[in-house]
Design a protein around this ligand. Sequence first.
Ligand code: ATR
Length: 272
Amino acid sequence: METPTILYGIIGYPLAQTMSPMLHNWGFEQAKVPGVYMKWSTPPEKLADFFKAARTLPIQGGSITIPHKVPAMQHLDKVTERAKKVGAVNAFYWDGDLLCGENTDVTGFMGPLKGKSFKKALVLGAGGACRAVLTALKELNIPEIYISNRTESKAADLAKDFGIKQCPWADRAKVGADLVVNATSQGMKGDHINDTAFPKEGFAGGKGLAYDIVYNPVKTRFMKEAEEAGWQTQGGLSMFVGQAVEAFRLWTDGKELPEAGATELVKKALGI
Ligand code: ATR
């Protein structure tokens, strides 16, 4: 193997299991980019030093994960309008001499919605992932957007921030949305795999798309119940791969991380 000359990596703390190194190193091989993608465990007190180092070492870009998605913004020269709306960055890259921050979860989430139109969207949840989802739905100009969360105060904050409506948690099945997004952790592999954040009565008599941002398992209870009621479904795997594809583009001047191959790699790594 030739010695790589360009560095990429992920910063986070603690750096838990991440599929990003596997995906991007594979992508660099495919696209013949002479780079290597590393795991850079970075405690919060070293974050400023990290971004100083990024300006001297041949670091062309990277991913940003918990707990740095918000604090990283103040160490960058520029943050895109989109990332500002989300209020968090998950990728950094160079734009000329400027070290920039972007939130590629927005593009990742929007991918499967391209070319579709919706009248009323309902988003379940109010955690970190929700802000990227809401930014995307606003960009798509969906006329009516509702948010509902078990802890109502968190939904109220987001509703205010994004200029959307809040639906009481008890009434979420009655919204009559044609796009329902699960952005809660219900249905994820683990203790909550058999749970759903949306009562299935909410699908009855309607028609639309049930979009779960959970990607493991590939088909959640939320999706199964939607399907049984005649709805279309979308899982979270393409959002996960899509955010990586968009970051790869930013780092490599528009080169493509092959989506189908990347999806297969992720599935294999997850054993799904
Ligand atoms: P992330 O940052 O990945 O979105 P998070 O911040 O932990 O993760 O958010 C998890 C979301 O799932 C929250 O909206 C949470 O609701 P609360 O704000 O009320 O905690 C939601 N969630 C988790 N367990 C839930 C459950 N049993 N029923 C309903 N919602 C749940």
